[in-house]
Design a binder for this molecule. Structure first.
Ligand code: SF4
Length: 426
């Protein structure tokens, strides 16, 4: 990535809730991050940390009972910025895609944002050939370019009308020869051998690795500015994983697109990404360059993730797993504490108030003796390009005299919502 790369995407204060019968689930909580031109931005965290919902929120694919409840997704697109009438939704060359109409948001999927999912077998239609499905994606984008004002062409794929018309009236095929040829080219581009023959095969005739390549080909149909890859190698064996990651890197170099790589695998992050955001309980708890996060991690959760990786130089060393589990994220149970406090070896009284995000490279902002005043939480807003950490340890050192007593959260399971301080000898 060039040093002078500009932001392509700026995500600000993005929050997504699920309104279930059991209660409100805060799946994504005030998330901020930037994605620059031609970079790979990684989002890493355990299952249930909100990674995938964050990605779905960016591309407006959250389904009921979920809803993006607040935040902005600024996308740099000067042409679109000129077309949008609402001044609130435009800032220079950037457009807040949450501030434009639903039809425009849909139209951005494909040529602007595209997504590949973790399970290609369930994402492709088993009753259509692979080539047909990729050609259909190409056709939707081709029609959109030919007639950009047509809501139907920009927002709909192969609908009932198209199915009936192409079946009953074979001369009225939805997908043109040109799009079929382009589908074969895309299959070739992603390394499928004999692409013209393979295009006529069905998903069950493809191996897992080839299916994932086909999914990538489909995602490239609109020549997107941003490709979101949601755990794209999880279902694959390690050698195929490496091939798919190399393929994504090669395609990025070829096309100049940006990639958001979502994974629970720190090895994938280390191999692929320029910058990374670590998610826990719906929040980005640490964010920075690969060097910031891997060489100088500050948040105890990031340190825990890195500590749970096997050490190849010392294979006999015991792994250090992070005790406990990601919370259920029910609003009623989250309270106002640091969400990691019940698993954190450094939890202190002040952590019973929700910590702001600190700039790990900035001067401490706590009280002169090094300890923050829990009654006066520091309000900070860290530039999304900096080494941001949502933990008081980014501001001042651990103070053992303020440590929460061992078993505090076990003995007080209702402590999640308890923002009152306790004495260490309680
Ligand atoms: S704010 Fe406190 S409890 Fe949370 S991660 Fe930092 S030290 Fe641990």
């Amino acid at each position: 990535m060039a040093d002078d790369a500009r932001d392509l995407l700026r995500v600000r204060d993005l929050s997504t809730r699920f309104f279930t019968e059991e209660g409100q689930v805060n799946a994504v909580e005030s998330v901020d991050f930037d994605v620059r031109d031609g970079e790979v931005f990684g989002i890493v965290g355990e299952s249930g940390s909100g990674k995938s919902v964050t990605a779905l929120s960016v591309v407006d694919l959250v389904e009921s009972p979920g809803r993006v409840t607040s935040g902005e997704v600024w996308y740099r697109n000067p042409d679109l910025a000129e077309e949008v009438d609402d001044p609130e939704a435009v800032d220079g060359d950037f457009v807040d895609v949450r501030g434009v109409s639903e039809s425009v948001r849909r139209a951005l999927r494909g040529p602007s944002f595209s997504m590949i999912f973790q399970d290609p077998m369930s994402s492709l239609n088993p009753s259509l050939t692979v080539g047909e499905q990729i050609a259909e994606a190409v056709e939707v984008q081709r029609r959109a370019r030919a007639n950009p004002r047509s809501t139907r062409s920009r927002t709909q794929g192969y609908g009932l009308f198209d199915m009936l018309s192409s079946t009953v009236l074979p001369s009225r095929k939805y997908v043109t020869e040109e799009s079929r040829d382009r589908a074969v080219e895309l299959l070739e581009q992603v390394g499928i051998p004999d692409p013209a023959d393979r295009a006529d095969e069905y998903p069950h005739q493809f191996s897992g690795g080839m299916l994932q390549r086909a999914m990538i080909a489909q995602a490239l149909a609109g020549e997107p500015d941003l490709l979101i890859a949601d755990e794209p190698t999880t279902a694959l064996d390690v050698t195929i994983q490496a091939q798919i990651l190399d393929l994504l890197k090669d395609l990025q170099a070829e096309t100049g697109m940006s990639i958001v790589m979502i994974t629970h695998n720190l090895g994938v992050i280390a191999r692929m990404c320029d910058r990374v955001g670590v998610m826990y309980a719906g929040e980005v708890v640490e964010r920075g360059t690969l060097g910031d996060v891997f060489d100088d991690p500050v948040h105890p959760y990031t340190q825990g993730l890195l500590g749970s990786i096997p050490d190849l130089d010392d294979p006999a060393a015991r792994l250090q797993p992070i005790e406990g589990n990601v919370p259920d994220l029910y609003d009623s149970e989250m309270g106002d504490r640091c969400y990691f406090a019940d698993r954190c070896p450094y939890a202190m009284e002040e952590c019973l108030s929700h910590p702001p995000e600190f700039d790990a490279d900035a001067a401490p902002t706590g009280s002169p003796d090094g300890a923050a005043d829990p009654g006066d939480p520091v309000e900070s807003k860290v530039d999304a390009g900096h080494h941001g950490v949502r933990c008081v340890l980014a501001d001042h050192e651990y103070d053992e005299s303020q440590a929460l007593p061992e078993g505090y959260f076990v003995e007080r399971p209702d402590a999640a919502g308890d923002a009152e301080g306790v004495n260490a000898d309680d």
